[in-house]
Design a protein around this ligand. Structure first.
Ligand SMILES: [Zn+2]
Ligand SMILES: [Zn+2]
Ligand SMILES: [Zn+2]
Length: 366
C-alpha cells in the first residue's frame, strides 16, 4: 500500500478521512489512484485545494462517506453515481439500527477497500454485478448472531450466515469485524492467523478462480498443481473438519485449511500472494526493501520471494521485540506450496499483460 501526502505536506494513509495536521477532509480518488485534501466547493462538491477550476479537481463524496462515514472514496463530479466504485459492489450492508453496527460496518468497508486497492494496483479486472448479473462481483455483509451477546447467541429470525463465495457473491459474516468474536473463532478453529483483510483476500481468490482459471482456460494447469476441483466440495470440507489436515500438509500446502479442497488451496494461496505483494509494496514505500523488479509488473517471482522471505523474517522478529505475535506466522517451504504461488503469479501476469502501464478503465468509470 502506498502512502500519500496531504496538500499541507503531512503524510496521510489510504484509510484516513481527515488530515491530523491541517484538519482538512481527505478522500481517495480511485481514477487517479491518489489521496487528496479537500475544501468545500459549490453545490455540495469538494475541491482539491488551490486547484481552481482544473478539470478533474472537483469531486462529490461517496454517499457512504457523506451519510455514514464508512467510506472515504470520491466520485468525479461529472459522473452520475451516488456511490463510489467500491460501494457500488455492495449488495447487502449491515442493519444500522443496532448502535454497534456502524463501527463494525466501517471495519468491513476499510478491509474491502484495501483489498480492492491491491487488485486494481495489480491491474486485475473487477467486474461488478451490475455489468455481469450472473457472475459479477458483489458483497453481502450479513449477521446471524446477536451483537449484544458478542455474537454468541443466535439472532432471532436470521438465517445462518457462512463467510464464503458463490458465483461472484462474497458473503462476510458481520461477526468477523468484531475483535472479540473473531478471536474466539480463531481459537476454536486453532488458526494462527485470522483477519478481516485475510477473509476478503481469500474470498476474492474464489472469484478469480472462476474468472481467470475456469473462464480463462487454465483448468488443466490448475489441476496439475492443486488437484481435481471436481472432488465433492461439501464432503471434502466435512472430512477436513472431522479429521483435520494430513500430518504432512506443510510439505505441499500453505495452510492446513488449504488441504480441505483444491478450491480452498487456490483461495489460500491467492490470499498469501496478496499479503506478499501488498506488504512488499508498503515496505518499499518506507525503504525497508530495496527497489526491485517485482514492482515493475512483478516480473521476477524468485526475486519477489527472496525479498519476501527476508522481510517476513524481519517483521516477525520486530513483532517479537514488541511482545506481539508474528506478523506472518507461516513457513513457506520450497516445493509445491511455492509452485502454486508461482502459478498465481503467472496467471496474474498473463491477465494483466494487456493492461500494461494503464490502470484498468473500469476503475472509477464503470
Ligand atoms: Zn493536511
Ligand atoms: Zn464508497
Ligand atoms: Zn474459501
Amino acid at each position: 500500500m502506498k502512502t500519500f501526502q496531504c496538500q499541507c505536506g503531512n503524510s496521510i494513509f489510504f484509510r484516513n478521512s481527515r488530515c491530523a495536521s491541517c484538519d482538512r477532509l481527505l478522500g481517495y480518488a480511485p481514477g487517479i489512484n491518489t489521496m487528496t485534501a479537500l475544501e468545500p466547493g459549490t453545490d455540495g462538491c469538494w475541491q482539491v485545494p488551490n486547484a481552481g477550476r482544473v478539470r478533474g479537481a472537483t469531486f462529490r463524496l461517496c454517499r457512504n462517506y457523506a451519510d455514514h462515514d464508512v467510506c472515504n472514496w470520491l466520485i468525479p463530479v461529472d459522473q452520475p453515481d451516488a456511490f463510489c466504485f467500491a460501494c457500488r459492489l455492495n449488495r447487502v450492508t449491515p442493519n444500522l439500527s443496532h448502535p454497534r453496527h456502524p463501527a463494525l460496518w466501517y471495519r468491513l468497508e476499510t478491509a474491502k477497500r484495501h483489498m480492492l486497492y491491491t487488485l486494481l494496483d495489480l491491474g486485475l479486472p473487477v467486474v461488478g454485478r451490475d455489468r455481469d448479473p450472473q457472475q459479477g462481483l458483489a458483497f453481502d455483509f450479513l449477521s446471524d448472531r446477536d451483537t449484544d451477546s458478542e455474537f454468541t447467541e443466535p439472532l432471532i429470525g436470521a438465517d445462518p450466515v457462512s463467510t464464503g463465495h458463490l458465483n461472484g457473491i462474497i458473503t462476510i459474516n458481520l461477526a468477523e469485524a468484531d475483535e472479540v468474536a473473531r478471536a474466539r473463532m480463531q481459537a476454536q478453529m486453532g488458526e494462527n492467523y485470522r483477519t478481516l483483510l485475510g477473509h476478503f483476500r481469500h474470498e476474492i481468490g474464489h472469484y478469480y478462480w472462476s474468472l481467470l482459471i475456469e473462464r480463462g482456460g487454465r483448468v488443466a494447469e490448475f489441476r496439475d498443481l492443486f488437484g481435481d476441483e471436481r472432488a465433492d466440495y461439501a464432503q471434502s470440507l466435512q472430512r477436513h473438519y472431522q479429521e483435520g489436515p494430513p500430518a504432512d500438509w506443510s510439505r505441499y500446502a500453505i495452510t492446513a485449511y488449504a488441504t480441505a479442497h483444491p478450491w480452498e488451496d487456490w483461495a489460500e494461496s491467492w490470499a498469501h500472494y496478496m499479503h506478499m505483494t501488498d506488504t512488499l509494496d508498503t515496505a518499499l514505500q518506507f525503504q525497508f526493501v530495496p527497489p526491485r523488479p517485482w514492482r515493475e509488473r512483478l516480473e521476477e517471482f524468485d526475486t519477489m520471494m527472496h525479498a519476501w522471505t527476508r522481510l517476513a523474517t524481519g517483521m516477525n522478529a520486530i513483532n517479537r521485540s514488541m511482545g506481539l505475535s508474528d506478523a506472518y506466522p507461516f513457513v513457506l517451504q520450497e516445493g509445491p506450496a511455492r509452485d502454486k504461488l508461482a502459478f498465481i503469479h503467472d496467471v496474474i501476469r498473463a491477465a494483466t499483460a494487456t493492461r500494461e502501464g494503464a490502470r484498468p478503465p473500469i476503475f472509477g468509470s464503470a
